[in-house]
Write a protein that binds this ligand. Structure first.
Ligand SMILES: Cc1ncc(COP(=O)(O)O)c(C=O)c1O
Length: 416
């Protein structure tokens, strides 16, 4: 671990000379992971839920950002790993996660993956009926083993006929349908094999508004199904991910707190299972809420130019580095200038990237003093669904450095 400097965190990061020093080491664009912020997010989520329902587990959603250093840090704090592919599963094993603490979700698992996860005693949530054949076959071939699986349930989440799902989807394509009877058939099919136990129900839904009410309903329906189908071996209710974290006001105002979600979910769990001798675990699979605000992206200003009446600031970075979905909202940003020119006034400008794509805008219509060549722009809140979506398109992927209290060190070199 390489220690760069031992001064205050903000001095290191937001001071021109320090950024220049980091640039000399790591290149003219790089990510900074704030390790303390990550720990803080973990502890806040954990405290909100555990204080209300003790049998609570965080299954960190790897797909959101699977930089090994970050996953390892979360594992050390106690997070389980929520994975949706063999690639993510193998990474969890590699960084030392106990396979029993891996939650294997996702629509695509081949026979080999399922056998491997069953042998490892990971939690598998079956997403589609084809997976049940692999589980059945394995269980029948291993009659002396007790095989435990969970089921991802698909049910109608609409409120007053309106679906809360992202991008206006009326129904979700994931999980096994409750309404058309498939879920009951799958339960019967699995229960027809003596050594199979259904130990978990999972219900993740990606919704636009991430409302507390949606989580209340997910928890209620999962509990109702557990009772109705008489799952006597229930070990967990998994309400998926999709809660808001601490979102900067410039992006969205007035989002629910961790406590708000925890109150809604845990009160139902407590009501349903409070009297049980062994209460089932409650699993939450946070992604965005755990990591979005833990990363910043630093990009050096390469050129400032005027085309007709518009100003363009070209940086050594791309929209792919900060907003792979290319949404048009500006992220919170800081500009670290080489020279403060007090006589300059604010002007309107766009920040654009190094690719050859016309749409490569990192920020639109920003009003500030225009940054100058060699200044740095720092984009905040870029920890979720960025690094995992980042192609080596035109240029190598930027380095990732970590800031842990007063130490700055490299966690990923820039690479192809
Ligand atoms: C099964 C599952 N769990 C957890 C998550 C994490 O969701 P978020 O990043 O919104 O918390 C997702 C994201 O799509 C998911 O599909």
């Amino acid at each position: 671990m390489e220690v760069l400097a031992n001064t205050g965190v903000n001095d290191i990061l937001y001071n021109y000379n320090s950024l220049k020093e980091l640039e000399e080491r790591y290149g003219s664009s790089f990510y900074i992971l704030n390790v303390n912020k990550l720990r803080e997010n973990y502890r806040k989520i954990e405290h909100a839920f555990k204080s209300k329902y003790n049998e609570f587990i965080i299954g960190y959603s790897y797909k959101t950002n699977y930089v090994p250093f970050l996953c390892k840090e979360l594992a050390m704090l106690g997070a389980h790993a929520e994975v949706v592919s063999r690639l993510e599963y193998d990474l969890a094993i590699k960084i030392g996660v106990d396979p029993r603490n891996i939650i294997f979700n996702g629509p695509l698992k081949n026979k080999n993956d399922i056998v491997f996860a069953l042998e490892n005693k990971s939690k598998i949530n079956i997403d589609s009926i084809y997976e049940t054949d692999f589980v059945k076959e394995y269980s029948e071939n291993n009659p002396s083993k007790q095989i435990k699986v969970g089921l991802r349930v698909n049910f109608d989440l609409s409120e007053d006929g309106v679906s809360p799902l992202v991008e206006g989807h009326e129904i979700s394509r994931f999980g096994i349908c409750y309404e058309n009877g498939d879920l009951h058939s799958v339960i019967d099919k699995l229960h027809s094999v003596k050594n199979i136990q259904i130990v978990g129900l999972h219900g993740h839904f990606s919704t636009s508004h991430r409302k507390v009410e949606t989580f209340r309903r997910i928890t209620q329906v999962l509990c109702k199904i557990a009772k109705e189908t008489n799952l006597t071996n229930l070990e967990y209710i998994d309400v998926g991910g999709g809660i808001f974290g601490e979102v900067p006001k410039i992006l969205i105002e007035n989002t629910p707190s961790f406590d708000d979600y925890a109150e809604a979910i845990c009160s139902i769990m407590d009501h349903e299972f409070g009297h049980y001798k062994k209460r089932p675990n409650l699993i939450l699979e946070p992604g965005i809420s755990m990591v979005a605000n833990t990363f910043e992206f630093v990009a050096k200003v390469i050129e400032t130019k005027r085309i007709k009446d518009k100003n363009f600031v070209l940086v050594d970075g791309s929209v792919h580095n900060i907003k792979p979905t290319m949404h048009k909202k500006n992220l919170p940003m800081k500009i670290v200038r080489q020279n403060e020119d007090k006589n300059k006034t604010s002007e309107n400008f766009n920040i654009v990237g190094y690719t050859c794509l016309e749409k490569d805008y990192l920020a639109y219509n920003f009003n500030e003093k225009i940054p100058q060549i060699n200044d740095y722009v720092i984009f905040e809140n870029v920890g979720a669904y960025t690094i995992v979506f980042n192609p080596s398109f035109i240029k190598e992927k930027p380095a990732i450095i970590a800031n842990d209290n007063y130490e700055i060190f490299l966690v990923r070199k820039n690479n192809k």
